[in-house]
Design a protein around this ligand. Structure first.
Ligand code: CP
Length: 473
């Protein structure tokens, strides 16, 4: 995931990972612990429309993470006087590490992401509201303990919230029904996406049918145009019968959660009684914007900063010792190499520092596995995958020129992070011979240990941590 422009930017595993990180960050926040994950980093907070939750939750979130969040009303930038987006994007990309933008057209958001070159987060467009839906999913999982198998029903306008809830709910393994008046269907590409999920998705214009057996009912304001305008009057007519009332909710499961992304228009999309009866869920949902957006920032920025292993130095082809044309093969027969005996490996699941892992390995007559060949990497990745580890301590090997490195796949095998490049895993100022690698949806990467000088498991992640002992034959 390079950006968060829409829910379909996420794989199911990335979605779960963000929710896991958000849960951890929320727990840390409640316990008074806030790791400075964004220390020295700046986030542009661009708003072309009004906002309470999105603006303030990002401002507070970036502050809590030790970064700089700059709120900008885009009307007050030169962009508001006609400077093209493509120029604004190229400027901001040179100052900031990340940008959040609330705007109208999804295409504009995509252009910002393309031209700025920094991770961009959708703070609401006409098409999508992924931050809100991540908070909704976090709230549901918090309250119900799971997402998969639950039925989520959205009632309202088939615009940004519907689009993102449909995609997010389906990615999370939920049953999703969407209830919209005729003429207010979700976006065509979202319906095509949903079609792939077969019976897990249902679109209807009948609220009672859509709400049947729902575990969660969500709605959003559908009348945001100025009161008295022709469009507002038309919407008031078109949405008759779509208000979440106590009577309508009787179609859902008893005790169903009710979510509302806010601001609420009582008496339009939701009755005052239903709103107040479910205020605790709704305001927890609003609170979770803060935690889940911090998780999105952590995941996006730590990766873009190379923490997850962006190669920093390409390996160059070594110069042959003799000119190629003079390197004539000799007649000496090449001896058949004796196969090297395989080391044995032991996978250990334990949340320990690399120092403790190495001590444990030495006590068993081995050492932390060192990745010094593509074959070794394949073997180690397989062992880590089989044991379900998400984080693995490994040793680094020294190249012939004395640099610390690890080998990954057959592509660009040496990641030289020790010569002039920041040693991102190291919090003590000295490069260590160990690195924590992390399993992500797109493979294994090296990780860091921000916030924990002991080099232990970073508390803002979740998953199984361990190490692999290598015992030489
Ligand atoms: N739900 C939401 O995005 O709220 P704001 O419009 O206040 O940001």
């Amino acid at each position: 995931m390079k950006n968060l422009l829409k829910m379909s930017d996420l794989s199911p595993a990335e979605l779960t990972h963000i929710l896991d990180v958000a849960d951890q960050l929320k727990a840390d926040c409640k316990a008074g612990r806030t790791a400075p994950l964004l220390a020295g980093k700046s986030v542009a907070l661009l708003f072309s429309k009004a906002s309470t939750r999105t603006r303030t939750s990002f401002e507070v979130g970036v502050y809590q993470m030790g970064g700089l969040g700059n709120y900008m009303n885009t009307a007050e930038l030169q962009a508001g006087r006609g400077e093209p987006l493509r120029d604004t994007a190229r400027v901001l990309g040179r100052y900031y590490d990340c940008a959040v933008w609330r705007t109208y057209r999804q295409r504009d958001l995509e252009e910002l992401a393309e031209l700025s070159g920094i991770p961009v987060i959708n703070g609401l467009t006409d098409y999508a509201h992924p931050c809100q839906v991540l908070a909704d999913l976090m709230t549901i999982r918090e309250r119900r303990g799971t997402l998969a198998g639950l039925k989520l029903c959205f009632v309202g306008d088939g615009s940004n919230m519907a689009n993102s809830l449909i995609v997010g709910g389906l990615l999370a393994g939920m049953q999703v029904s969407c209830v919209c008046p005729p003429g207010y269907r979700p976006a065509a590409d979202v319906l095509m996406f949903a079609q792939k999920y077969g019976n897990a998705f249902h679109l209807t214009t009948d609220p009672a049918e859509g709400l049947r057996d729902a575990d969660i009912v969500a709605t959003a304001a559908w009348n945001t145009t100025a009161p008295g305008t022709a469009e507002s009057e038309q919407r008031l007519r078109d949405f008759v019968g779509f208000q979440l009332t106590g009577r309508l909710l009787e179609n859902a499961k008893p005790g169903a959660l009710v979510l509302h992304c806010l601001p609420a228009h009582r008496g339009e999309e939701i009755s005052t009684a239903v709103f107040e009866a479910h205020a605790d869920e709704i305001f927890t949902e609003a609170e979770n914007r803060l935690h889940v957006q911090k998780a999105v920032l952590a995941v996006l920025l730590l990766r873009s900063l190379g923490v997850f292993g962006t190669p920093t130095t390409a390996q160059t082809t070594p110069t042959p010792a003799v000119p190629v044309e003079t390197a004539v093969p000799t007649e000496t027969p090449t001896p058949t190499p004796t196969p090297k005996p395989e080391p044995t490996y032991e996978v250990v699941t334990a949340d320990v520092s690399w120092a403790d892992a190495e001590a444990a390995a030495e006590a068993k007559g081995g050492h932390l596995v060192v990745i010094d060949s593509a074959e070794k990497w394949t073997r180690v990745a397989q062992l880590a995958d089989e044991s379900g580890l998400t984080y693995v301590w490994i040793g680094l090997h020294r190249t012939d020129s004395g640099e610390l490195a690890w080998v990954k796949d057959n592509v660009d095998p040496v990641y030289n992070w020790a010569s002039g490049e920041p040693s991102v895993h190291d919090t003590n100022g000295a490069a260590e011979d160990y690195v924590l690698i992390t399993r992500t949806n797109s493979g294994w990467y090296y990780n860091d240990c921000i916030g924990d000088p002991a080099g232990r498991y970073p508390q803002f992640y979740s998953g199984k941590i361990g190490y692999i002992i290598e015992i030489d034959p």
